[in-house]
Design a protein around this ligand. Structure first.
Ligand code: PLP
Length: 235
């Protein structure tokens, strides 16, 4: 596998999608999703300039955290409350906040280390039963509910679009997410700083960018196919 070539191809596609809609070429953060990827390959990615990495399992994140330096780790998968304390001081951002008990636990652990932790609210606009994320219409009430959790900063929204062979069919969800994102910005909540719209994966990142994503989480297109059984956590 030629990783360097993969990285270049992905970067070019990101830039092309940005230019197509008149956005500046640095307007997207690329998160390399390293689940199931070996450490020496991750180090190669880092040497090619990738600084943001995403993991969806706590155990794997912790082990790689020890072994890969000078990167920012993003927790992008379903997060159990009893594991929050293990990652609270290690992650740049938690992308998968979608319930109040988890919010309280993040807040509690963050308070212990006196750190305000950036989070994204995971949204499930297609109301897929098997998938994590809040229903679209519950996002604003949820954000209003957690206003008193002082050690959480709501930084934006995250979406895992429905799996499809025809990425165009998920475009409406990206559009909905962008509308919600823009709406949230206008509220000026004191406990929020709405900056990131984390959507777009290997199958759909170009469409996500065309519709306003500024954070894409890409695994397969960078690192190759994962082993069977390593599904997207939360999909
Ligand atoms: C695995 C995963 C990705 C990356 O998926 P690819 O299709 O391999 O790009 C992105 N986001 C989440 C939450 C994931 O679990």
């Amino acid at each position: 596998m030629n990783y360097k070539q993969n990285f270049n191809i992905v970067r070019q596609k990101i830039q092309k999608a940005l230019l197509a809609v008149g956005r500046s070429v640095n307007d997207v953060t690329l998160i390399g999703v390293t689940k199931n990827v070996e450490v020496d390959i991750i180090r190669q990615a880092v040497s090619h300039g990738i600084v943001d990495l995403g993991e969806n399992r706590v155990q794997e994140l912790l082990s790689k955290y020890e072994q890969v330096e000078d990167v920012r780790w993003h927790m992008i998968g379903r997060l159990q409350r009893n594991k929050v304390r293990h990652i609270i001081d290690k992650v740049t951002m938690i992308h998968s906040l979608d319930n109040l008990p988890l919010a309280r636990e993040i807040n509690k652990q963050a308070e212990k280390i006196q750190r305000v932790v950036p989070v994204l609210i995971q949204v499930n606009p297609a109301n897929e039963k098997t998938k994590a994320g809040l229903p679209y219409e519950e996002v604003i009430p949820f954000i209003e509910t957690i206003y008193n959790l002082k050690y959480i900063k709501v930084n934006g929204l995250m979406l895992i679009a429905p799996l499809t062979d025809e990425p165009e069919t998920v475009r409406p969800y990206f559009i909905m997410m962008k509308q919600l994102f823009d709406g949230l910005k206008r509220y000026n909540y004191p406990h929020a700083d709405i900056q990131y719209l984390s959507m777009g994966m290997t199958n759909d990142f170009e469409i996500a960018i065309e519709e306003g994503s500024n954070m894409v989480r890409i695994g397969t297109a960078l690192f190759g196919e994962r082993k069977k059984g390593e599904e997207v956590n939360g999909r």
